[in-house]
Design a protein around this ligand. Structure first.
Ligand code: AGP
Length: 637
């Protein structure tokens, strides 16, 4: 989804903002742009395609100034062309706006503005915003930017995060949020504030009519990484807040103008955590991080060898119905969560896709609990589902990786995934962390209901503790076979993944990974269902990846594998290290360590599938971190 960044300080804004946009690329984008104020003029630079187009343009034609706003666009209304790139300007080019979200009543607003003489330069929904702000601003004798923005956003329907600059007010950015995430960053008070550079910037602001600067750099952004390294503190805007950044510092207001306190907290993420380090891609780095992510999560939940239950602010013993809400990969994790809860806590569980749940009229009883699962904590559909549940007085707990996210803030209780920033669009480490966190949650519910005795708890703890080492062994042990399979099947036009029980979600997840980063048509099926139609797809050109852990369904899986072989399908088996049958039955075997508890096996089985998708994508020359058409954080419907 679109990314927003804005900067006020003493550095060249275009340089700062290009780095900020670089850090927002993971959200998915197809064009980028920047506007900087200098000498009371707005300088606009925009480029279609990769961010390099914009940075090359800025090299040829720098945008001077120390205050600017910038944007990565993920097209919704209008193709990725220069005219549709943000920032968008008012007719007199005195106001610049960047926007994330969708303005649902843009057609009606556009017609009205056009009838009043506004000339539109783009096909975007966004462009109505600068025209509206300009109307209110120019109509008022006091020409108050804050009041004009408040009036303009009052007429917008849909969701938005915006950042706005006025040529008449250099050194000032006003940002507002309703539905799409936005945050404000603040740097340290600069001890070198009297350096020539800052003095010059101060002079320029004074000449431009600004008051002497608060010496801290100020930023706005859609996500924390974009604030680094200039900001050391962050303030998350709540829905319906406006932030006014300028020489006066940061002032917060509600949309109807009531002042609010800006609460800043230290930024804990480092610039290193959001860089690739020695890896060629974020995806490769994040796959490799999984053993340490699992270890961190296990350690956070153990004390003296016993499970520690986080306080979720509700009595889990009374919960008799759980509804999971999630999208994409997080939904696959939820399918495993259902198995864990049914097995350990004997609770009735439904797994809902957030975009479906939010448009139904779901039934809830006194003992219902909604559990929303989201890596980003900003997914619009999951957030809407959460709000619907809360409106029905259903308590909501959330599993999120970004604990400062909107979903986390609006939940009654939060279970953090502790996976660290996940930048690659394809979720990998957040998925395995979700699955493990769901197992720990199921154990917590089971214990609250008196269904987890000390022996069972000790066995589960031992299995969890062994997991990080088993994950490392699996990643190392399967790599050669994964590379061989990618060499053999990278050109295949389709791939099928089959799994039973806990490996059915693994099959779905393996297929999603291959689809999203390698653009190979892939589907996951419950293996027993394959013969009811999809088996017609099998031919010698079709790789079929069969999940065959040695669990209660092993024999059944082998029968399914034989059915594929009998029809000349090409079989890759994912099975236990040392399994002697699989090499005889399959073209290739991805060996996986055996988990201490069958419930945990899917965490290990998915690892070679992530690496397989990665290697196939590389062979097909795909950008694994930013696959086409996708966004990391899906903040629109
Ligand atoms: C994962 O690889 C996908 N890119 C996508 O399905 C993702 O899991 C989904 O959009 C949900 O995101 P969330 O976990 O941040 O809510």
């Amino acid at each position: 989804m679109c990314g927003i960044a804005g900067y006020i300080g003493h550095k060249d804004a275009d340089q700062v903002l290009v780095v900020a946009l670089e850090r927002l690329k993971y959200r998915g984008y197809d064009s980028a742009g920047i506007a900087v104020i200098d000498n009371r003029e707005i300088h606009l630079r925009r480029g279609v395609g990769k961010l390099k187009a914009l940075s090359d343009l800025l090299e040829r034609s720098p945008a001077p100034g120390t205050c600017g706003i910038a944007h990565t666009r993920w097209a919704t209304h209008g193709a990725p062309t220069e005219a549709n790139c943000h920032p968008h300007l008012s007719g007199d080019e005195r106001i610049a706006v960047v926007h994330n979200g969708i303005i649902e009543n843009h057609e009606e607003l556009r017609r009205r503005l056009q009838a009043q003489g506004c000339v539109f330069r783009s096909e975007t929904d966004t462009e109505v915003i600068p025209h509206l702000i300009a109307q209110y601003y120019n109509a008022s004798p006091v020409r108050d930017p804050l009041a004009a923005i408040r009036q303009a956003v009052a007429g917008l329907e849909g969701s938005f995060a915006i950042a706005v600059m006025f040529a008449d007010h250099p050194g000032r950015i006003i940002a507002a949020r309703l539905g799409s995430p936005l945050l404000v960053g603040r740097g340290r008070r600069s001890p070198g504030a009297h350096s020539d550079r800052i003095a010059k910037a101060d002079d320029r602001r004074r000449t431009d009519g600004g008051t002497p600067v608060d010496q801290r750099e100020l930023m706005v952004a859609s996500d924390v990484p974009a604030l680094l390294p200039h900001a050391s503190e962050v303030c998350f805007l709540a829905d319906g807040q406006i932030a006014d950044l300028g020489p006066h510092g940061v002032r917060l207001f509600t949309l109807d103008g009531k002042p609010e306190e800006a609460r800043f907290k230290a930024i804990e993420v480092t610039a290193d955590a959001v860089s690739k380090g020695s890896y060629d891609t974020f995806m490769a780095k994040e796959i490799a991080e999984q053993p340490s992510v699992l270890a961190r999560l296990v350690d956070s939940r153990l004390n003296g060898g016993r499970l520690v239950d986080p306080d979720l602010g509700l009595d889990l013993a009374k919960v008799n119905h759980i509804v999971f809400l999630a999208c994409g990969t997080s939904w696959h994790a939820a399918l495993l969560g259902k198995r864990f809860l049914e097995h350990l806590a004997r609770v009735h569980v439904e797994v809902d896709i957030s975009s479906e749940y939010r448009y139904r009229n779901p039934v809830a009883s006194g003992g219902t609990l909604v559990v929303s699962i989201s890596q980003s904590g900003e997914t619009a559909d999951t957030l809407a589902g959460l709000r619907l549940a809360r409106a029905k007085f259903i308590p909501v707990v959330s599993l999120v990786n970004v604990v400062t996210s909107t979903i986390a803030r609006e939940s009654n209780g939060v279970m953090p995934l502790l996976a660290g920033p996940e930048i690659g669009v394809a979720s990998t480490k957040a998925y395995t962390a979700q699955v493990l966190a769901l197992l720990l949650f199921a154990a917590q519910v089971a214990r609250a209901k008196g269904l987890l005795d000390a022996t069972a708890e000790a066995a589960l703890v031992a299995a969890c503790r062994a997991l990080p080492e088993q994950a490392a062994a699996t990643l190392a042990g399967a790599e050669d076979a994964v590379i061989e399979a990618a060499d053999l099947f990278a050109a295949a036009q389709a791939t099928v993944f089959l799994g039973r029980g806990g490996e059915h979600p693994t099959a779905l997840e393996g297929a999603l990974k291959l689809k999203e980063i390698a653009y190979v048509h892939a589907v996951g099926y419950p293996a027993g269902e394959f013969k009811h139609g999809p088996i017609a797809l099998v031919s010698s050109h079709l790789p079929v990846i069969c999940m065959c852990p040695k669990d209660a369904l092993y024999e059944k899986m082998l029968s399914n594998l034989q059915e594929v072989r009998a029809r000349a399908g090409r079989v890759i088996a994912v099975g236990e290290q040392g399994d002697r049958h699989l090499p005889e039955l399959a073209d290739l075997v991805f060996p996986v360590a055996k988990a201490g508890d069958d419930l945990l096996q899917p965490i290990l089985s998915v690892l070679p599938l992530q690496r397989y998708a990665y290697h196939v994508a590389r062979r097909r020359d795909c950008d694994v971190d930013q696959p086409r058409n996708l966004a990391k954080s899906v903040t629109v419907e």
